[in-house]
Design a protein around this ligand. Structure first.
Ligand SMILES: *Cc1c(COP(=O)(O)O)cnc(C)c1O
Length: 380
């Protein structure tokens, strides 16, 4: 047999399309290379002919896509001599920053909102030795403070305003194109800061452009002129579709939202940092923004777990909730190839899952007859 080579993360895998040199020390935990799973039962339920895939980013090392950006941001911070990184976070960025800082042997400072952070994410940041500042405010307050304090202290910001983050995150689009042998027709994502939708567009654009092409104005790193362009690999790009929670939907309101609220804490963001870029993504791709209620988001999370066996966190299910609605209405046309990004793992937020779960938990004595009776009662 031929042995496989050990996968060592997305920078090593896409070295020639990322801003690293031969001598760069890579800070990696083997992120990327996540499964693209074709849904088998949900399209039947919808009674629509679509090829519907989910990109299960919850299977990254710290359980969210943030690792794709963080390996790149921390690698560059260390290369530039940084001794500390800082971020504001609704949870997943802090868990990822803490892990990569630990790996690199530097300090991570994370600002998290008081209260509204899922237990799993807090546990990660604590175990991984981050210095946690729990602020009396929301993510947007944290982001403002991070920008201010970085001007007065020797810390590198690793939020998605750091352009290396999106460079790392663009690799998810590469993986999708390589596995499908084409670009999908639609790519659906949950939108908070709108960094990830922008990063995916950069990745798709890079694979569809040749040297010298003017491709996307949404890339802070390349500014229209792709620095990593080679020969075009595909000749199309997907329509990018961004879904927000309706209590936290600045892209639907057309302006910033001051007190965002949603059960999907990872996208509880009223002042998106990639605002201008995301509007360009929508325009250039011919896609759209829409919003989902918390009820729709939780229903999609549960449906995905019950019908496909895939457990994602609430924010992640926003992409599927929106996609299902648009497939039903025909806005996403039959015959299309659709990819939904599942941004984070369901275990991140066990409290929300248990609270909404109606699954049978039957209390029985430790005794054969009762166990047998319970089984016979519940055979479907
Ligand atoms: C960060 C995050 C998002 C939002 O991504 P943006 O790049 O901020 O739009 C969505 N879902 C999960 C689970 C996240 O951690």
């Amino acid at each position: 047999m031929t042995f496989r080579t050990r996968y060592t993360g997305l920078i090593a895998n896409y070295r020639d399309r990322l801003p690293v040199s031969e001598n760069t020390r890579l800070i990696s935990l083997g992120e990327g290379n996540t499964p693209l799973i074709k849904l088998e039962n949900i399209p039947d339920l919808l009674n629509k002919k679509v090829d519907l895939y989910v990109k299960y980013e919850g299977l990254n090392p710290t359980g969210s896509f943030k690792d794709r950006g963080m390996t790149m941001a921390v690698t560059k911070a260390v290369e530039d001599g940084a001794k500390a990184i800082i971020c504001a976070s609704t949870g997943n960025t802090s868990a990822s920053a803490a892990a990569y800082a630990a790996r690199a042997g530097i300090t991570a400072f994370v600002l998290i909102p008081d209260g509204k952070i899922a237990q799993g994410k807090l546990a990660q940041a604590m175990m991984e030795g981050a210095v946690i500042l729990q602020i009396k405010g929301n993510f947007d307050d944290g982001m403002r403070l991070v920008k201010e304090v970085a001007e007065h202290a020797p810390v590198t910001i690793v939020n998605s305003i750091n352009p290396y983050r999106l460079q790392g995150q663009k690799t998810a689009a590469f993986e999708i194109v390589e596995e499908l042998g084409r670009a999908p027709d639609f790519h659906c994502l949950p939108v908070g800061n709108a960094g990830n939708i922008t990063a995916h567009w950069i990745g798709y654009s890079e694979y569809a452009c040749s040297v010298g092409d003017k491709v996307t104005e949404s890339c802070a790193y390349c500014d229209g002129d792709c620095k990593f362009a080679k020969e075009a690999i595909v000749n199309s790009r997907p329509k990018m579709v961004g879904y927000q929670a309706d209590g936290s939907a600045p892209f639907m309101r057309g302006e910033m939202v001051d007190n965002p609220e949603t059960v999907a804490t990872a996208i509880r963001i009223g002042h998106p940092q990639s605002w201008d870029y995301a509007w360009k993504v929508k325009e250039e791709s011919g896609g759209w923004f829409d919003e989902c209620s918390d009820e729709e988001i939780l229903a999609a999370q549960k449906l995905l777990a019950e019908k496909e066996g895939i457990f994602c966190e609430p924010a992640s299910a926003t992409s599927l909730a929106g996609a299902m609605r648009d497939i039903n209405s025909g806005k996403i046309t039959e015959g299309s190839c659709v990819v939904c990004t599942l941004t984070g793992h369901g275990l991140k937020d066990p409290d929300t899952a248990i609270k909404q779960s109606t699954g049978p938990v039957i209390k029985v004595d430790a005794e054969l007859e009762q166990v047998k009776a319970a089984i016979l009662d519940n055979l479907s």
